[in-house]
Ligand binder design. Structure first.
Ligand SMILES: [Zn+2]
Length: 325
């Protein structure tokens, strides 16, 4: 086997193949969501700049933060597992067992303390290789970390969004829309609370800066593009690809906010629109807007455009012709 390049696709594929335990006798045969939630939580930690190096130190503030984010996501996305005791230490340890099937390489690593036994010598009461409690984790482990290549990839916003969408679409795709609405509301209430806090003078402090919930954005996107049937609301382009080794499709359309989130704080689905990359760019740069009374397209007169081809079948529909639609 040739050695695979450790790029975004490589890690997306490993993320969506993480092995998950199943609760025996559980009503709906649900699989444990802990690993996907753990990965989403680390991405959120990076998004909110609460971690600056590739290390979740057991004694560091990033560990405490990560645990908080994990708890929150477990209570929102945990399905049957949402009522269970928070099992943060499980994915922290178990992710070391998820490996590339060709090379046997893992993407999550544990650095044990010097005095700890080797990882394969650590057994639980039933004799399995496991760190069974958080106390044990704290006793034995110094820190957990990703592959350095993955850490680099996660510094890029678009790559983070991509991996969040892959995780959400692979593991949490069967919520009903009403559940998604509830979830979005939970985050909105939180955001409102934080905005109030931001207006107080002492809160130039970093901890009060507006928090970003990566899962929330992903749920918003999924609902919006589903409502618009995976088409661009302007040109109707609908382009899906299914990358090798990745369970879910990725789509060319983005979910944009009609009134910018930074001004309106309106995260409701009625403030969303599905746009292809071209029209998203044009929208963000003011080439057109949406009339909020009848949702029609209002094209600006402050740009020029040319569609130079004379080949009829290759003709691009100019932005200006969408005015009023
Ligand atoms: Zn379009």
């Amino acid at each position: 086997m040739t050695k695979k390049t450790k790029n975004l696709e490589y890690y997306a594929s490993l993320f969506c193949q993480v092995k998950r335990g199943q609760i025996s006798g559980s009503k709906y045969k649900e699989y444990s969501p802990y690993k996907p939630i753990f990965l989403l939580s680390i991405i959120e930690l990076i998004e909110n700049q609460q971690i600056s190096e590739n290390k979740i130190n057991i004694r560091g503030s990033e560990y405490v933060e990560l645990k908080e984010i994990f708890k929150r996501y477990q209570s929102i996305l945990g399905g049957e597992f949402k009522y269970k005791k928070y099992a943060f230490h499980q994915p922290f340890e178990n992710l070391i067992n998820d490996k590339n099937k060709d090379t046997g390489e893992q993407f999550w690593h544990l650095k044990l303390k010097q005095e700890s036994p080797k990882i394969e010598e650590i057994k639980d009461a039933e004799g399995r290789n496991r760190i069974k409690t958080e106390a044990k984790l704290k006793q034995l482990v110094e820190y957990g970390r990703f592959d350095d290549e993955l850490w680099e990839i996660l510094q890029d916003t678009q790559s983070r969004n991509y991996l969040v969408n892959v995780l959400m679409d692979t593991f949490f795709s069967d919520e009903t829309n009403s559940q998604i609405d509830d979830t979005l509301n939970t985050f909105d209430l939180d955001a409102q609370k934080q905005n109030q806090e931001v207006t107080e003078p002492k809160n130039s402090d970093k901890q009060y800066s507006k928090r970003k919930y990566v899962v929330r954005d992903s749920l918003f996107r999924r609902s919006i593009i589903h409502i618009y049937e995976y088409q661009c609301a302007v040109c109707r382009l609908n382009l899906n690809i299914k990358p090798v080794d990745i369970r879910s499709y990725i789509n060319i359309v983005d979910a944009a906010h009609i009134k910018p989130l930074s001004i309106s704080y309106n995260n409701q689905l009625s403030n969303g629109i599905s746009l292809c990359k071209n029209h998203h760019w044009a929208f963000d740069n003011g080439c057109f807007g949406i009339d909020d009374k009848n949702y029609s397209i209002v094209v600006s007169n402050k740009f020029s455009e040319e569609c130079l081809t004379t080949v009829e079948s290759l003709k691009i529909i100019p932005m200006k012709s969408y005015h009023g639609q």
